[in-house]
Design a protein around this ligand. Structure first.
Ligand SMILES: *[C@@H]1O[C@H](CO)[C@@H](O)[C@H](O)[C@H]1NC(C)=O
Ligand SMILES: *[C@@H]1O[C@H](CO)[C@@H](O)[C@H](O)[C@H]1NC(C)=O
Ligand SMILES: *[C@@H]1O[C@H](CO)[C@@H](O)[C@H](O)[C@H]1NC(C)=O
Ligand SMILES: *[C@@H]1O[C@H](CO)[C@@H](O)[C@H](O)[C@H]1NC(C)=O
Length: 423
């Protein structure tokens, strides 16, 4: 009898003891965090996409159109034509989210009814400088010359309509890449209409190993507030071009060197909750109908904030992906409203704190990522004062490959707790 009680007592203690143990292990597992280690110091860039290269002109409205608008408006102060001319000179140089200057349009309130009828995206699209007018010689990619307009595609950016090379989100390629890159890495390319694999890659490094092009800068009319030149943006091919970019002035050649490392997650990291690993996999969330990318998530934040403030989104910067929330396009008054609210858009992360949770900007890092850092060396090799030459290339043939892993998995955690129990 006494024996039996003793065994029951022992059994209960064992149950509690192991329960306590499991709880401790679980706590350790729950508090797990990630570590990053170097897998390789010479991972070839040939295995990773060449970045997209987006070229925006100083004035996004073609010089001939601005001139024609100016002539139509001249000698008719206060007319609709003058209002239209002013609207286009402002739109020619505006960059999102710094819309502030567009507030000047309030002077033409009398013509708002008529201007509101314009599809501003379409007006800007008609006013883009045609591709075959831009380049003055064939473009070089990797090892031979191409027709530039075969390499460059129309691209929406924070500057409006520009041209991009190797982008998965250009006006052409975004139709083809809606589900590209979403489901693991079994297929890391898509095929264009010629059957060629995109995004393009190169194993070479140094000048003339990547993209090289030469163009003529537009003359800038005195009433457009900018300096002749271009802005070049270097990005992950799947990311919308939204950063400031690198300026290249006319009469110069820019050598743009690219470097940056690659980070891969381990297989078991996917089992950890996103809040713990602080990163998302491409198939975990969609923005713009595409796999998760932090930069596109931030872009989506801007869309939501614009919609919150003004009830519309300018579609010459953004693509209005129908399966997401279908944001209405801004008309003139919508853009004036955005101009009034542009200071709210400058630091959307700070503004968050007091807003409802569905408007909060939560964009964790990418679990898989390839960094593309760049800098420019400017030289004077151009043959004329309005020529611009740009050469974009990898600085070396390899980068570092990092691997992110969890510090504790369940078995490690168990080992850890057992070690902690005092002997
Ligand atoms: C200027 O006015 C003419 C005649 O009204 C018109 O055909 C032309 O399209 C206008 N130019 C622009 C750029 O709107
Ligand atoms: C405005 O123009 C753009 C570009 O041409 C077009 O894609 C869009 O459907 C137009 N929007 C409306 C409301 O007509
Ligand atoms: C935050 O929201 C509360 C209630 O809506 C309001 O009283 C407060 O002034 C807001 N604070 C800021 C900084 O906007
Ligand atoms: C490049 O050209 C500019 C103006 O033409 C001149 O001021 C500058 O000294 C030149 N730089 C070099 C390195 O030749």
């Amino acid at each position: 009898m006494v024996f039996r009680r003793f065994w029951i007592l022992m059994f209960i203690m064992a149950v509690f003891g192991s329960g306590f143990c499991v709880l401790e292990v679980w706590k350790a597992y729950e508090s797990s965090f990630t570590k990053t280690i170097i897998l390789s110091t010479s991972f070839p860039y040939a295995h990773t996409p060449f970045p997209s290269v987006t070229v925006c002109e100083a004035s996004r409205v073609h010089n001939t159109i601005i001139k024609s608008l100016f002539q139509n408006a001249s000698g008719r102060p206060g007319s609709y034509e003058e209002a239209l001319f002013n609207m286009m000179t402002l739109l020619a140089t505006i960059r999102l989210p710094l819309f502030g200057r567009f507030g000047q349009m309030k002077k033409w309130k009398a013509h708002f009814d008529e201007l509101n009828k314009l599809n501003i995206s379409d007006v800007l699209l008609q006013a883009v400088r045609p591709c075959d007018d831009i380049f003055d010689s064939p473009c070089w990619w990797r090892n031979r010359f191409y027709n530039c307009c075969e390499l460059f595609e129309l691209q929406k950016t924070c500057y409006g309509y520009c041209y991009s090379f190797n982008s998965d989100v250009s006006e052409y390629s975004r139709q083809k890449t809606l589900f590209y890159g979403m489901y693991g890495d079994n297929k890391d390319f898509w095929l264009d209409d010629k059957g060629l694999a995109r995004p393009k890659r190169t194993g070479g490094y140094g000048p003339w190993s990547g993209l090289r092009f030469s163009m003529r800068a537009q003359k800038i009319a005195p009433y457009v507030d900018t300096n002749p030149g271009i802005v070049v943006m270097i990005r992950d091919p799947s990311a919308l071009p939204t950063e400031l970019g690198i300026r290249v002035s006319k009469g110069t050649s820019g050598y743009i060197r690219i470097w940056g490392d690659k980070v891969l997650p381990t297989r078991r990291l996917v089992r950890v909750k996103p809040e713990k690993r602080h990163c998302l996999y491409p198939d975990e969330k969609k923005y713009l109908g595409r796999g998760y990318l932090r930069s596109n998530c931030l872009f989506n934040c801007y869309e939501r904030f614009m919609y919150h403030d003004c009830g519309c989104v300018p579609s010459f910067n953004y693509f209005l992906y129908k399966a997401d929330f279908p944001y209405p396009e801004c008309n003139l008054e919508g853009l004036v409203c955005l101009a009034d609210h542009s200071t709210n858009l400058i630091n959307i992360n700070d503004r968050d704190k007091n807003l409802s949770s569905d408007l909060r900007c939560q964009c964790p890092d990418d679990c898989h990522s390839q960094k593309y850092k760049s800098n420019i060396i400017v030289a004077n090799e151009t043959t004329s004062a309005d020529q611009i030459v740009v050469d974009v290339f990898f600085q070396t043939s390899t980068c570092f490959l990092y691997e992110t892993d969890i510090v504790f998995d369940f078995m490690n955690a168990l080992g850890d707790v057992l070690n902690d129990i005092p002997a």
